[in-house]
Ligand binder design. Structure first.
Ligand code: NAD
Length: 333
């Protein structure tokens, strides 16, 4: 029988791509989103991609009654929980707001799952839980010492879910620590298009390329890396979306709970990303080196062995593909 999945934050960047991947894999999916950081036309665009109507519940995960009612009026088999706030600097300025959305919101979801007998949840965690660890690659057993309030809310989510599974062993969790998602759907219909000012590198590059921002600020050009700029593990959002399908398949096939990194195992510098994007659009992208940001580790990339062993996951797309698909989506905005 077709399994019905609740996809919180499903109108957002990673959520919308995961929606398309889940429908493609044969799941029935309902999006729950308050559209705080997503455009209202995303469900229509997803409907063009999938050829099906897109069920949407417009609700806020902080609203306990609305969440209870969503579970009471639907028969969900599992939850994929994306809905959260994700800006590191904003989280430093507004810890109460971030703990409310990312922690209280998660508690509300899990509480409603318990009340309705839903046992499976895939949770969006982040490489931010590792903080500025220096030992590379980052394995799932590397120390978790988040530098930011955002990273702390994600670590809270992981620890909370571990407590829940300890108390209720029939609850199964897939905790996925993403590295740096980039890219867009090949249709060009969905991509990273936040309604709030972007904080991630590639959407800012796209806005500079479109002439909306004067120049890309590169935070630090004197790190101990080959070109002096920070190195990160960029993963195509299509690979990430497929990782969620694999995680959900595993939980619904009665496999054990799991906690895995989703990355490529490779690092690219900010300068390399900028140069690749420049090649794709065939022109220079204005940029300038500014001060380092406090807490930015020089290098960060994932160990991918566990994702491969537990989920059979391997990233397939490269950096050029990430930049090309991003530009196809955002170039003519
Ligand atoms: N993009 C990244 O770099 C990255 C990296 C690691 C982890 N993550 C995590 O992945 C998840 C998805 O990230 P994304 O990049 O797609 O972000 P996004 O902002 O594009 O998507 C989040 C979605 O959640 C919705 N939302 C936010 N607060 C809500 C609330 N209170 N109630 C209901 N909906 C709410 C937003 O409107 C948005 O559609 C988040 O949990 C994020 O922390 C993202």
């Amino acid at each position: 029988m077709t399994k019905h999945i609740l996809l919180t934050g499903g109108a957002g960047f990673i959520g919308s791509h995961t929606y398309a991947a889940l429908v493609d894999a044969g799941y029935a999916v309902t999006i729950l989103d308050n559209f705080e950081n997503a455009r209202h036309d995303v469900p229509d665009r997803l409907s063009q991609i999938t050829g099906k109507a897109v069920p949407v519940i417009e609700a806020d995960i902080r609203d306990q009654d609305a969440i209870k009612s969503a579970f009471a009026t639907n028969d969900f088999d599992a939850v994929v929980h994306f809905a959260a706030l994700k800006s590191v600097p904003d989280s430093e300025a507004d810890p109460i707001g971030y703990y409310n959305s990312n922690c209280t919101g998660l508690i509300n979801i899990v509480d409603a799952m318990q009340a309705s007998g839903v046992k499976n949840i895939v949770f969006s965690s982040s490489a931010a839980v590792y903080g500025s660890a220096s030992q590379m690659p980052l394995t799932e057993t590397s120390p978790c010492l988040p530098d930011s309030c955002y990273g702390s809310t994600k670590l809270f989510g992981e620890e909370f879910l571990a407590r829940v599974t300890k108390a209720h062993p029939d609850v199964k969790t897939g905790i996925l620590r993403y590295f740096n998602p980039v890219g867009a759907h090949p249709s060009g219909l969905i991509g990273e298009d936040p309604s709030q000012p972007p904080g991630n590198l590639v959407p800012v590059i796209a806005r500079v390329a479109r002439g909306e921002i004067e120049a890309l600020s590169i935070f630090g050009g004197d790190y101990d890396t080959p070109d002096g700029t920070c190195i990160r593990d960029y993963i195509h959002v299509l690979d990430l979306a497929r990782g969620h399908v694999l995680s959900l398949d595993a939980l619904l096939n009665q496999k054990e709970s799991h906690l895995v990194n989703l990355g490529t195992g490779r690092g690219n510098s900010v300068r390399e990303v900028l140069n690749t994007y420049s090649e794709v659009i065939n022109r220079e992208i204005p940029n300038r080196i500014v001060d380092r940001r406090p807490g930015d580790p020089p290098v960060s990339y994932a160990a991918t062995d566990r994702a491969s062993e537990v989920l059979g996951f391997e990233a397939k797309h490269g950096l050029r593909d990430m930049c090309e698909s991003n530009w196809k989506f955002s170039g003519d905005k």
